[in-house]
Design a binder for this molecule. Sequence first.
Ligand code: MG
Length: 203
Amino acid sequence: MKIICVGRNYADHAKELKNEVPTEPVIFMKPKSALLPQGKALYYPEFTEDLHYECELVVKITGNGKYIQEKFAHKYYGEVSLGIDFTARDLQDKQKKKGLPWEIAKAFDNSAVIGKFISFSEIKNIHDLNFCMYLNKKVAQNGNTKDMIYSIETLISFISKYFTLQQGDLIYTGTPVGVGSVKQGDKLEAFIENESLLEFEVK
Ligand code: MG
């Protein structure tokens, strides 16, 4: 399986990091070794002094496909969860300034936290879904999938032009506004509507 991530998919988040709102999806990947399963603690990596959380809706791909048309994209996913796209912001800023790839800042071990998946039968409308992340019991991020610049269907179609999507692949669909730093001892919890799907501690 592979982990495909979308950058700058919410206009307010693009602005908070002083990035342009993109004219087509910004895509990067993380390896399977980046995955941190639900409930496991995250150990603060020694190579960064500014580890940022980015809470994102995650879509699980349920079928194999290449050149998937937008109108058929809904047939290729049926479960969603929440994940954290952890980012070593100091390393990423350094790489971005030099125009270098940012994998060391985004794709390191345990940088992709993943929660419990829920199926579509439990969801009213995937295109109008509230999700939020709490940091030490206080709301840190609040998003709604209706504010995505590129919808899940557009993303699946775009990504599958370049990469064959395979059953089990995960798409991190981008973070809303409100990203920030974590420190050791912090507790994070994330919800879709009122259901807690993700809870862990930074150690
Ligand atoms: Mg992200």
